[in-house]
Ligand binder design. Structure first.
Ligand code: PGA
Length: 254
């Protein structure tokens, strides 16, 4: 029932010209049949969004456009910020909320992440709510407590219908950009835990919400991850910057 989603988070990489080339190269490597099976998403930096949107529209690409961040207010004196409406008007359909880098480096709290999720939904886009534990939390056996609370607080006061339309990405912080991946079994178990946490509060919405794994996903490990019942896709950093490897992640069954 749930369509797979392979999402590339380009982080603070690519100028707008490089972003343009990247999405074109990716499109050459994919076939129409790939998009029937998988939703393919790229999240360039803000400065690349307009160029990538233009190439998607002009060349009628089926690649979808996402943003890595936004503010939760519609407008105002928030120097340097971008509002959800600015993104939705640019055909952005997904926005990442609460990535661990935003939480750790820019001090985003669960409350801010929750406000952001609501604002993204209000503008008709799909939030990708990120959660994940640090290495210290994992060693102290606090993984479920940490991830459970990020999910509960991130989804606070949403309706079941809203939650059903969303994406949640489980990304253990110790696996991000480190080359250390959670084993497929561990990642699968945690994604099941996330789904159960959603079910406790939102019932059947848990069957529809898509849950991604993220953290050093590479062509060599994706098939094992995707074989897990509760993993519906991947949020990919490093490997999404190479069109060859990102295309092989999209076509993970080959
Ligand atoms: P990585 O990043 O694939 O480079 O580990 C994943 C992420 O931060 O979403």
């Amino acid at each position: 029932m749930r369509k797979d989603l392979i999402a590339g988070n380009w982080k603070m990489h690519t100028t707008h010209l490089e972003a343009l080339q990247m999405v074109q190269k990716l499109s050459y490597r994919l076939d129409p049949g790939d998009y029937e099976r998988v939703d393919v998403l790229v999240c360039p930096p803000f400065t690349g969004l307009r160029s990538v949107q233009t190439v998607i529209e002009t060349d009628h690409l089926q690649i979808q456009l996402g943003a890595q961040h936004c503010h939760f207010e519609e407008k105002g004196a928030f120097t340097g910020e971008v509002s959800p409406q600015m993104l939705s008007k640019m055909s952005v359909s997904y926005v990442i909320a609460g990535h661990s880098e935003r939480r750790q480096i820019f001090g985003e709290s669960d409350e801010m992440v929750n406000r952001k999720v609501k604002a993204i939904l209000a503008d008709g886009m799909t939030p990708i709510l990120c959660c994940g534990e640090t290495e210290a939390e994992r060693e102290a056996e606090q993984t479920e407590e940490r991830v459970g609370s990020q999910v509960r607080l991130g989804l606070k006061d949403l309706t079941a219908e809203q939650v059903a339309s969303m994406v949640i990405a489980y990304e253990p912080i110790w696996a991000i950009g480190t080359g250390k991946t959670a084993s497929a079994d561990d990642a699968g178990d945690m994604c099941t835990f996330v789904r159960n946490t959603v079910a406790e509060q939102f019932g059947e919405a848990a069957d529809s919400v898509r849950i991604l794994y993220g953290g050093s996903v590479k062509p060599g490990n994706i098939a094992g991850l995707m074989a897990k019942r509760d993993i519906d896709g991947a949020l990919v950093g490093g490997a999404s910057l190479d069109p060859d490897s990102f295309a092989s992640l999209v076509r993970y069954w080959i």
